[in-house]
Design a protein around this ligand. Structure first.
Ligand code: DP6
Length: 330
């Protein structure tokens, strides 16, 4: 254990702030081989999103860890548990008030836990004066939420599944700068009871097809890396869609409590994506732990896809996201 807290005794009255952007996985993390250390069953690849982010400030105050999200006090149990993991790893530090502002549309189903835990890890380590590398930050954030490990890097990141706490972290996937990729997010609201990602993946792992999914994912990861290197957006989209749909097939075929995140509107958007493709428009779908569809496309086709969505499904709201930056500090 490295004790770093006392290196920065002047930090007591300070507020330390960090901003992390959320990310969308093109090769998904959907299952844990170790729940204590949050080690995934597969490596994953994501794109950091410019438009959606979380800004988190921490201040040493009070008797217990407190969480405030968008100016409203929130349940602090998960954060407290995570802060204790940081205390175990970095040395003890006093109770913190965590103030988080989410610039992620809450209904968009874009994992805000990724940007939340990444920005929290960065804000805390800054506050206690721990000078950590991005991979060290990534490794710690992984313990709060797996997808957070990927939110420290700009553009594309790869999270190596690893075999233990040390070897499971994300790093930047050297992608050509200014990749003209866009994500059109179709926000589908759902009244269905939400199944969080941790519960969803635990159920999915009971599918008889799970082993095959893990095996295919390793091949798709290699193909995805090559497609990114070649700036082949069509290939990127095709692999991402195959990976996502097979992930959702696991949910349907789970032996324990099978389920789906798809609604009839999800199916409608997926049908539209297939129709657009037949018309020669570059469009591929990916979905996470919710009913919303994110359409991967070329920047120059994004407006046309938005137009088609507005015509076909005028009631759903649509947002656009592009490739974004890594972690930053105020
Ligand atoms: C479908 O990172 O939210 O978005 O580690 O249990 O907090 P926990 O899970 P989380 O899962 C994200 C699942 C996903 C795919 C992905 O982002 O890779």
């Amino acid at each position: 254990m490295i004790s770093l807290y006392y290196l920065n005794t002047e930090s007591k009255l300070m507020t330390s702030t960090a901003t992390a952007h959320t990310n969308i996985a093109f090769i998904k993390y959907w299952g844990k081989k170790d729940t204590l250390f949050n080690l995934p069953t597969t490596s994953s690849i994501s794109l950091t999103l410019n438009e959606f982010y979380t800004k988190t400030s921490v201040t040493q105050s009070g008797e217990t860890d407190q969480l405030i999200i968008n100016d409203t006090p929130a349940d602090s149990r998960r954060i407290h548990h995570f802060l204790n993991i940081l205390r175990e790893n970095l040395g003890d530090f006093p109770a913190l008030t965590v103030n988080s502002h989410n610039h992620v549309p809450t209904s968009a189903g874009l994992a805000s836990s990724a940007s939340a835990f990444a920005s929290l890890t960065a804000a805390v380590t800054k506050d206690i004066g721990a000078d950590l590398s991005l991979s060290q930050l990534s490794r710690l954030a992984r313990r709060g939420s797996g997808s957070a490990s990927r939110s420290f890097y700009d553009h594309f990141a790869i999270w190596h599944e690893g075999i233990d706490d040390q070897s499971s972290f994300a790093e930047s996937l050297n992608a050509p700068a200014n990749l003209p990729i866009a994500l059109v997010v179709a926000e589908i609201s759902s009244s269905a009871k939400k199944i969080g990602s941790t519960e969803g993946m635990n159920r999915a792992m009971t599918s008889p097809n799970y082993g095959t999914w893990v095996k295919n994912s390793a091949d798709q990861l290699i193909d995805m890396k090559r497609a990114i290197e070649n700036v082949d957006i069509e290939k990127i989209g095709a692999i991402a869609e195959a990976n996502a749909l097979s992930m959702h097939a696991l949910n349907l075929t789970a032996k324990r409590q099978p389920f789906t995140y798809f609604t009839s509107e999800t199916q409608q958007v997926l049908a539209l994506v297939r129709r657009l493709r037949k018309q020669g428009i570059l469009a591929f779908a990916t979905l996470d732990a919710g009913p919303n569809v994110k359409i991967i496309t070329h920047l120059e086709s994004a407006q046309q896809i938005i137009k088609e969505l507005n015509i076909t499904m005028p009631d759903i709201s649509v947002k656009i996201a592009t490739s974004g930056p890594g972690i930053s500090y105020d």
